[in-house]
Design a binder for this molecule. Structure first.
Ligand SMILES: [Fe+2]
Length: 473
């Protein structure tokens, strides 16, 4: 600032003190550094006597080309007259006056400004100070706010899911078309969120919705999330997975809340149909398995009985191993027809006492692959084919038909292998008497981890020795 107007003309600290004890020089320096443009003019003539750096930036001119001009010349022609009138009023009144005006800079650009002025007498001269604030920034901010509000409005309106934005006092501010489409309510039907709750819910759900809404508004509760059955205008219902939480504020300061839903009605319906379909398929597969087992029972009652007893033991083992019920059902199905391939082996070979020749043994051994072949085209949701194919495989690779080892043999087949051996040895066979459960259990214990899955063996032994499991006679 020009030295003439520094509080103590020579800058001596303390020579002139402003209110609060800050030296006037400090005021002058602070004004010089202010972000708003500051002009000091002669209140009588309007001649500009000084200005700060912000004023230079605002006018796009150096101080030298501002000082000495009449204050009115900084404004465009159409504004100059009004400005002079306001300036005169401010100078006359002698106290703080504010008004909006337009400034024109050196490049000719019109700059909207807010002016506030003050008049003071300094060394016998009436001076007027004008603080000019460039309002383009705040205009731009307002424009940006309007723009982002418009974008939000469009985003919500066209959202592919139901979206509602409501203010904290309940007024529904925005609603997506998907919301009205799915519920059948028009935008006008839902002026407030309370009205919506009454449309969509009743009884205890309505009370709960009110409670959760109040919590949300007070931010005492967590963001709302949950599945709700929403009543539509035509009396139907939709299942919505709803999320709600805060979403900034409106220009008037009201807080906004956003509710967004995913309509899972169709998904739920499809799921129920799929479940019903799967259950139907399972029933028909079970019937297929039963038919196969019955066919076998007519021809070879011994093998049919063996399969039944093995299946019972398998289910008990699966239960002890805590297999999920679906997997356990598969174990039962596979075990119930695991020897189905023996249908192709002449019964006189199957049931003949005494040693069998090598070719006869080879023929019996085909039952795994033959059985696998029989069920190959049945689309079981369980590894029934693998169980049939692998139930004579052994962990060390000494089994047949493939010589698979370890985990290459599926768990269901490893369970079946143990149950099959135990039942076969313990029970009577047409060609020899039963060897008893102890001999059978000793056999699988001897083969534990080498031939048979260790855990399955342990569970099987525990079932018989400690849990009182018995094979049906
Ligand atoms: Fe077998």
């Amino acid at each position: 600032m020009d030295k003439r107007y520094e509080g103590g003309a020579d800058g001596a600290a303390g020579s002139t003190r402003a209110a609060g004890g800050v030296p006037a020089t400090a005021w002058a320096r602070l004004a010089a550094a202010a972000a708003d443009a500051v002009f000091i003019a002669d209140a009588g003539s309007g001649e500009i006597l000084d200005c700060n750096a912000a004023a230079e930036r605002l006018c796009g001119r150096p101080r030298g080309r501002i000082i000495g001009r009449h204050q009115g010349t900084l404004h465009p022609a159409d504004e100059a007259q009004r400005y002079r009138a306001e300036f005169g009023r401010a100078a006359r009144l002698g106290h703080e006056v504010s008004w909006d005006s337009v400034l024109v800079d050196a490049a000719g650009e019109r700059i909207p400004v807010e002016i506030s002025s003050a008049v003071a007498e300094v060394d016998g001269r009436r001076l007027i100070m004008g603080i000019f604030r460039d309002v383009r920034q705040s205009d731009r901010a307002a424009m940006q706010r309007r723009e982002s509000e418009r974008e939000l409005q469009e985003a919500v309106a066209g959202a592919p899911v139901p979206v509602m934005v409501h203010a904290e006092d309940g007024e529904v501010v925005l609603l997506s078309r998907e919301w009205t489409r799915l519920t059948g309510y028009a935008r006008e039907d839902i002026p407030t969120v309370e009205r919506w709750l009454e449309c969509a819910y009743d009884g205890t759900v309505l009370a709960e919705a009110h409670r959760r809404l109040t919590e949300l508004r007070e931010r005492a509760g967590p963001d709302l999330q949950g599945e709700f059955s929403v009543r539509t205008r035509d009396g139907g219902s939709r299942i919505w997975k709803l999320y709600a939480g805060p979403l900034g504020r409106l220009a008037d300061g009201r807080r906004l809340l956003l509710s967004m839903a995913v309509d899972i009605t169709d998904h739920r319906l499809a799921e129920a149909q799929r479940r019903a379909g799967a259950e139907r398929l399972e029933r028909s597969l079970a019937a297929t398995v039963e038919a196969m087992a019955r066919a076998m029972a007519k021809r070879d009652p011994y093998t049919a009985g063996h399969q039944d007893r093995v299946a019972g033991l398998c289910v008990a083992i699966a239960g002890e191993l805590r297999l999920d019920p679906e997997q356990a059902r598969g174990v039962r199905m596979g075990a119930g027809i695991h020897d189905i391939g023996k249908i192709y082996v002449p019964s006189e070979i199957l049931n003949r006492p005494g040693r069998l020749s090598e070719p006869e043994m080879a023929l019996i051994r085909t039952h795994c692959e033959v059985g696998h072949d029989i069920v190959r085209h049945v689309e079981f949701p369980w590894p029934v084919g693998d169980m049939i194919l692998q139930h004579h495989e052994r962990l060390d690779g000494s089994g047949y038909p493939r010589g698979l080892t370890g985990e290459a043999i599926c768990l269901e087949a490893r369970i079946l292998a143990v149950a099959d051996v135990v039942e076969a040895m313990a029970s009577y066979r047409p060609y020899r008497p039963g060897l008893g459960i102890d001999t059978a259990l000793s056999e699988v214990e001897r083969g534990r981890e080498r031939l048979y899955d260790g855990q399955v063996v342990d569970v099987c032994v525990t079932l018989f020795r400690r849990k009182g499991f018995e094979l049906p006679v």
